[in-house]
Design a binder for this molecule. Structure first.
Ligand SMILES: [Zn+2]
Length: 731
């Protein structure tokens, strides 16, 4: 297609009314429902089979309606995330039940499911489809099967009952964790504050204000009593930033132990808090019920256990493959972890701690970091002004992929003005080597009130074309961050962690934008397996860990000097600090998650705890206190989408490390390798299985070697090679 600016289909963000978006969402749902009604009526009156060709045309027409729905809803969700006003939030929340009911209807729609079956069952016809279309149909069919629609009628009812109970139980699990977290408050005296940083104290004072307000609201405290309290009123809570501030910096060891115990017993039998209705917050029974129901669901669908259900849509082939990967990685990380632990234990002696305990490790690690690596994130900031970082980032992808990024004007010049939801927002167009327009993206990178925390990439629209309506569109996405805004006439200055975040999200963005697929369901990040979707993002971080890459993105805000050699060395040296222990910890969580979903005996609470203890004795090298009930607050797997999928973090790290090692071999700016990566991974999106894409790029299946090397677990030297430890929110 000859793409033009109009194919971006941008909207007037500055003037868009939430009610208009709601009307668009409702109108798309009405159209889609009418379409499904028609399909039902036709399937009831005409018993004769329709042709595979006709079935495909129907499916594509239905996709087209859903595209309009996804777009309007996507815009509304985006605005709710970045500029949440009462009006937007109201409209957004009001639509949720309608969308959920619609989603359930689609997932359970027998005639629609039959259409997909008709297409696949006509093998001669199916073989003529282009691979992206074929893959999209296979994935849709698989998702229908996993939603129970292929089951006989009596089992469908059973399946629906299980689903409904599961969603209630997951919500309760997560409510309990939240309530348990918020119920805890520990008022601190001056001695307990020793060691805390200024920003830590500010967090504690803020927690104090919230606690005070809560006591006033509940009538526990009168206005006079509240006024008599000290200002600032310091309170330790279990909210993560407050918790970490205390665990990392508080000199008072007893305080750290108290807070640790409170944190790791949340929502367990040791947690005596209750919710507003006076009910216990203990998750023990809920965890057991969730596992039992998941097991029943798996059996209904014809799987042996729930881990198999989870893996059926992922890149990893089997429970055995994942378990082997995790145990192998643990074995390789253990010597490094032992060194990490020894380093902490040595330093602990200096602070009068004979036996290092879990509540000491973050505190001591911070001391080691300060003495061994005299480099703070704050010192680094002036070397990473945002405009330099973005222009360097664009230069890097230009060298790798031959693409260029151009910022768009906002004031109507040239007839291509771009409307934004906030003045801080930037819009860029992406062009290929031959100057053809590829797509566009918005940067909304600064924190402000009314904006959700964290960083993410979200598709505004996928690359897509639909001949029946002569419709074509180019990919556009949002990349959102929460960096410190520009201050005192100086540009925004980033820490190196923030630089990594930007590179990470840009990796997701390129996956979305560089796709050549025009079937929306498998274009860009769509349809990519969960355990492979972080490959392009983590991969991109490597350039922010490379000396040559860093030279392109750093220059002192006042002097224009590059990052000095000593600071660069210190930055690179701190990368693998404590990575052995951190890796073992992640493996402990991942293996526990996998095993409780794979091994049927562990369905009651006793069994869950026994599995946790077994995993700890296999993996951990630091003792955990008997009372630790970490699993009772493990929302990722009991209330989020990570059940039997927590390993995905490490799995994607393996893929990105191995992919990057090809660049280490060929030169990290090698354009031929860049082209190969673009063609085998970024361009094809979800139109082929991730395993196929990876093997096409690497010429072999994925290997763990690069991951081990990048984490410093093997001695093999490779200059500047790196891989990030942290994983951030995806899409
Ligand atoms: Zn990500």
């Amino acid at each position: 297609m000859n793409a033009t600016f109009t194919d971006l289909h941008l909207i007037d963000f500055a003037n868009v009314a939430p009610n208009t978006l709601r009307d668009e969402v409702m109108s798309a749902i009405d159209k889609a429902n009418a379409f499904l009604d028609d399909m039902t009526a036709t399937s009831e009156t005409h018993h004769a089979d329709i042709s595979a060709e006709q079935a495909l045309m129907d499916v594509m027409a239905f996709d087209h309606i859903n595209l309009a729905l996804d777009r309007s809803w996507g815009i509304l969700s985006h605005l709710n995330g970045v500029t949440s006003t009462d009006e937007i939030r109201h409209v957004h929340h009001e639509l949720l039940p309608t969308l959920s009911a619609y989603g359930t209807r689609v997932g359970q729609h027998q005639p629609l499911f039959s259409h997909y079956q008709t297409i696949v069952n006509d093998t001669a016809f199916f073989a003529t489809l282009d691979p992206a279309r074929a893959r999209a149909i296979e994935l849709a069919l698989q998702s229908f099967e996993l939603s129970g629609v292929a089951l006989p009628t009596d089992k469908q009812a059973q399946f629906a009952a299980i689903q409904s109970k599961l969603s209630t139980l997951s919500a309760t699990f997560s409510d309990h964790v939240l309530d348990a977290t918020q119920a805890y408050a520990l008022v601190l005296n001056d001695e307990q504050l020793v060691g805390l940083t200024e920003s830590g104290l500010a967090l504690l004072a803020d927690a104090g204000e919230q606690h005070k307000a809560k006591l006033l609201a509940s009538g526990t405290l009168t206005q006079e009593e509240a006024a008599a309290l000290p200002t600032p009123y310091y309170v330790a809570s279990l909210n993560i930033p407050v918790y970490l501030a205390v665990m990392t910096h508080a000199d008072d060891r007893g305080l750290r132990e108290t807070l640790y115990r409170a944190y790791v017993t949340r929502a367990s039998e040791f947690d005596e808090h209750t919710n507003a209705k006076g009910e216990s917050l203990n998750n023990a029974d809920i965890m057991s019920q969730i596992l039992t129901l998941r097991e029943q669901k798996a059996k209904l669908l014809g799987f042996d256990n729930y881990a198999e259900v989870s893996l059926s849509t992922k890149m990893a082939d089997s429970v055995l493959e994942v378990e082997t990967f995790l145990r192998d990685l643990a074995a390789q990380a253990t010597p490094a972890a032992q060194k990490d632990l020894a380093q902490l234990q040595r330093c602990a002696q200096d602070y009068g701690i004979d036996e290092l305990q879990p509540w000491d490790s973050a505190y001591i690690a911070e001391k080691v970091k300060q003495s061994e690596f005299s480099l703070s994130q704050e010192e680094i900031r002036p070397y990473f002004p945002l405009p330099k970082v973005t222009s360097g980032l664009f230069a890097i992808v230009e060298r790798l992929y031959g693409i260029t990024v151009k910022e768009q004007s906002y004031e109507g010049a040239g007839g291509h003005s771009v409307s934004r939801w906030h003045d801080d927002v930037r819009f860029y167009q992406l062009f290929d080597a031959d100057d053809r327009l590829i797509g566009g993206f918005y940067f909304d990178l600064f924190s402000r009130s009314g904006k959700r925390g964290g960083a993410w990439m979200n598709g505004f629209q996928a690359r897509y074309s639909y001949e029946a309506k002569a419709h074509q569109q180019l990919p556009v996405c949002f990349m959102v961050g929460n960096f410190t805004p520009a201050l005192d006439g100086k540009p925004s200055l980033l820490t190196h962690d923030e630089v990594l975040t930007l590179f990470h999200e840009f990796g997701h963005g390129l996956h979305h934008l560089l796709t050549q697929v025009t079937v929306g369901d498998v274009a860009g990040v769509n349809g990519v397996e969960w355990d492979a979707v972080e490959l392009p993002s983590q991969f991109m971080e490597n350039w922010a860990w490379d000396a040559e890459g860093i030279a392109l993105i750093s220059s002192h805000v006042d002097t224009g000097e590059p990052l000095p050699k000593d600071k660069l060395d210190a930055l690179l040296a701190v990368k693998n600090f404590q990575s052995g222990l951190q890796t073992l910890r992640q493996i402990e969580f991942a293996l526990f998650d996998l095993l409780i979903h794979a091994h049927t005996p562990a369905l009651d609470y006793e069994g869950i705890l026994a599995t946790l203890n077994a995993v700890r004795s296999d993996i951990a090298i630091m003792q955990t206190p008997d009372y630790n009930r970490f699993a009772n607050g493990f929302s990722h797997i009991f209330a989020g989408g990570y059940a039997a999928g927590y390993y995905s973090y490490k799995w994607a790290e393996l893929l990105s490390a191995d992919a990057f090692s090809k660049f280490e071999e060929d030169g990290i700016f090698n354009p031929a390798t860049g082209k190969a990566f673009r063609e085998s991974i970024l361009s094809v999106g979800g139109s082929f299985p991730a395993k196929t894409n990876f093997e096409n790029f690497r010429g072999r299946s994925a290997s763990i070697d690069a991951l081990l090397r990048h984490n410093g677990f093997t001695d093999t030297k490779s200059p500047d090679a790196a891989n990030a430890q942290t994983t951030r929110e995806v899409i």
